[in-house]
Write a protein that binds this ligand. Sequence first.
Ligand code: UD1
Ligand code: CA
Length: 468
Amino acid sequence: MPGSFFVKTDKKGPLGVLILAAGQGTRMHSSTPKVLHRIGGRPMIHYMLRAANALKPSGIGVVVGHEAEAVRKTIADSLRDWGVTRPVTFIHQKNLTGSGAAVLESLPFLRKFKTALVTAGDTPLLTFDTLNSVLRHHEEQKCQVTLLTARLRDPRGYGRIVRSPLGEVVRIVEELDATPKEAAITEVNSGSYCFEVGLLVEAVKKLSPKNAKKELYLTDALEHIRTQGGRVSAHQTQTGEECQGVNNRLQQSNAERILNRRMLERLMLSGVTVLDPATTYADADVEVGQDSLLMPGTILRGKTKIGNRCRIGPWTRIEDSQIGNECEVLFSYVKEARLLEKTMVGPFAHIRPGTTAGPRAKIGNFSEVKASRIGYGSKVSHLSYIGDADIAEDVNIGAGTITCNYDGKEKHRTTIGAKAFIGSNTNLVAPVKIGRGALVAAGSTITEDVPDGALAIARERQVNKVRK
Ligand code: UD1
Ligand code: CA
């Protein structure tokens, strides 16, 4: 039956997702709150919110505490951009005394639901599919608690799953509180759990800080629920990869590598050639068309969209830009710009926000273009600065041309008509208009408009003197 894969929250009572994101992230050694650290160009909490949203819960709660206002604002301002459509509630945790304390302060939110999926804010590799499997497991096995676990070759830093001889989950022991025998257990807690809310509410009220960190551990709630006769079970992931938390910069770089690899695999399987995945980066929202080639050192950020049959790189960064079909960009930086089809950029060009170039335009070596329109077939091939300019089709801009667009107070525009030819080393002092088919002699400083078809020369006449 189509759709049976999804958990039907309407029939079984509403589902709430609670994301714990109040911790400081001491081990990051950073002034930025941990969940705002970026992975794949996005704050790590973005991945948690996206996966949570895909479960279609009735509500998502985000617990904030350390730098609460900064975290709340970043998330609230980005929800639309991230495609989070379910209602999001922020819960302010006043006492940062552990994951159990975070849940305790979230009880008014949690009480609205029958089932709650509680997850950490620092496990960005978790996918919707896995969280959905936890929910299905929880319902099919009629559990009161289902926790997501993984077997890790190196379980250090995680809570260990203590099971009875019959294999039932007995409790979770945190590393600092574990005996050597418990520390040798390789099954770990991912930090994501599904709870029957009624039992969770009662259990967290009984938590006590009798542990190495003197915190209220959410993980201790399991034992309370078990002693009340609740069924506690574990859903173990196939690979440990998704359960890895990000607590320090080493784990952050590891998560970055894994998310990037997932993204590049998706691109490669859709028809993109990636010569060297180890040095190629693509953010989660990047799109690349069929038969395009990404060469080593290519970094595609934000909402960049690249067409078909493009050649990008090597050593190129493109941010929030649209690149049409059959474009080439090498050794260059392109930001918030549009390249229309068959446009060539680089090597060593800087295309700045508000630029549209092409089709078939060329922006070459050591040229910078800002907030300009470069028309069909026009060329800015060498060593030029083009700012605030409207350049029509088939214009040739000679080497070393500068639009003098700034008078110290305001920016002014330069307009250049079709088929105009600007000689090398020309200064175009804006505001100024160069007519269609006009020719500007090399070395000119143009301060007045040039009519259509005219030849403008604005430079000293050469004098040859006899040398003694
Ligand atoms: C936690 C688990 C551990 C598990 C691991 C998985 C506990 C006691 N331990 O350990 O069993 O293996 O995650 O990654 O839960 N937070 C708050 N408020 C607080 C403290 C923490 O919201 O007062 C949030 C943090 O922002 C974080 C999450 O809870 O997103 C987990 O906290 P963290 O300190 O990272 O716990 P771990 O030591 O990783
Ligand atoms: Ca953690």
